[in-house]
Each structure stands twice: as structure tokens, then as C-alpha cells.
Ligand binder design. Sequence first.
Ligand code: DGY
Length: 307
Amino acid sequence: MLIAAELKNLLEPSQLADLDITWLAADQPTPKGDWVAIVPLLSRWVGGTQLKNLPNLRIVANCAVGYNNVDLVAAEMRKVLVTNTPGVLTEATADLTWALILATARRLIEGVELVRSGQWTGWHPEQLLGLELRGRILGLFGAGRIGQAVGRRAPPFGLRILYTARTPKPDFERETGAARVDPTRLLAESDIVSLHVPASPETKGIINGETLARMKRGAILINTSRGDLIREEALAMALERGHLGAAGLDVYTDEPAIHPRLLAAPRTVLLPHIGSATEETRRNMAAIAVANVQSVLSGKPPLTPVY
Ligand code: DGY
């Protein structure tokens, strides 16, 4: 089997028992050959060509909860199973989402830069005034596992919650007082909009010039899901115009490239896709990906199939 070489240090030898492994570094192209399983990173595209070059492949065990790097239609046509790593990264990603909410609302990066630059002249009553969270509205665009985990952290901060979802989430509503609304209302009423829908043809570019214009003046946009959801240039323009208060982003359309206008835009906190980057979570993600392979190769069903 092929495993992303970058996962080597996160896996125990016992987890790799009985597997014949070829380690595949991120900068190497996906090879042609008789491999029966691949554990790719989310940065590796596994599409029709790659699947054709691996004619014996039985499983793509993606080491991520998102799987927009895999062509599911091509995989299904070739009867190749696709699995992901749901559950284990929920809390780490929710924590990082909150780090971005607090960093944007309270202008942490500007504060750090002011101190580091040596320009800070001392306490001033109007210095770096931010957004008070109490009484504001957090809009969760999508309320799957991660969206709900973000929402569960909101009541102690005094935030009210709106959320969008295909189906109501009664337990989540009972627990947090959240209210389900349509996307138009969520965008219009939220002080902070946090994106928690997966990347798909339906969600590509959902945050664009038009939807940004529908957001409240001064609102904050947070994205720890996938960069494809946002039109980066439109977001940069909304920040430049001052319509949007701030943006906290962990993901981008064309990683590791970031649209130059967004890189230069004011009031952003830009992180390098570290939502799930805790030691425990990354070990758990690698373990689930390999366990999916072990299960399928031993004739059992995959543990966490995506379809
Ligand atoms: C995922 O698993 O999809 C995350 O983006 C990794 O951090």
C-alpha cells in the first residue's frame, strides 16, 4: 500500500503490522502500479487519472475528514472505497475556530504587531477597540459535528446562535438555544459568520460579492472548513471597503497559495490550515486512516466510509 510519508512519525509500528508499505512524499506524484490501498494527505488529488494508474486499488483512506481531494464519481465507477476521519478532529477544529473568533473580535494580531514594532506608546482608552461578544449573534453556516461543537462553546460567551442545516438539530437547539434559519437570514443577522459546510459543487463560492454584501456591516467571517467556499478576491474587497469587520481564515482555495489581494487585506487573521493540528488529533487521524485499510484488506467493511 501507499501511505503519505508525512504520517510516518504519527503511526506506531503495531498499527502497520502485516502491511507492505511504500511511503509517498507529498512532493512525489502518485505512481502507477499494483498498490491496493492509498492513504493520501488532503493535498493530494486522487482523480480519474490516478485511479486508472492504480488498477488494483481497493481503498482510498483519506487522512482528513474532508474528501474534496478525491473524485468520488471516478472512485465509485472503479469500485474503489473512499474513507475519511470523522469525529476525531471535531474538538481540535472547534477550538481553533474559537481562537479565530477571539483573535478577530479582539484584534489580537494588530495588538501583537503594535507591541513588536516598538510603536506602542502606552494605554489609550480608544486603542484597538474590538467587538464585545456578549449579546451578539454567532451564525453557524452548517451545523454538522464541527459546527455544533463550535456552537456548544458559545453560550458562556453570551452569544446567541443561528444556524443553517438541511434538517433541524433538536438536541443542539435544546442544549444551546440555537435557532435554525435560512442562509439569507443567517447572513443578514449574524455578527460573526462561521463556515462549517463541506466543499462540494453546491457550496463552491457561496461566500462571494453578493453574499458578502448581504452580511451586516462590521461582521466577522470565519472559515475553518475549506477555502473553496469563499471567493477570496471578493472577500479582500469587502475588507478593503470596510464593509466586513474582519476575517479569520485557516483554509484557502489554492493552498498553499493565497490570493495576493487577500494577503494584503486589512483586519485578517490568516492561519496555515492547522484546524486539526494537535498531537492527539493528528495521531488519531492517521490511525483511523490505516485502520480503514486494515479492515478492508482483511475482507471487512470500512470503518468510516464516505458513501
Ligand atoms: C480535514 O480533516 O478535513 C481538515 O481540514 C484537516 O485539518
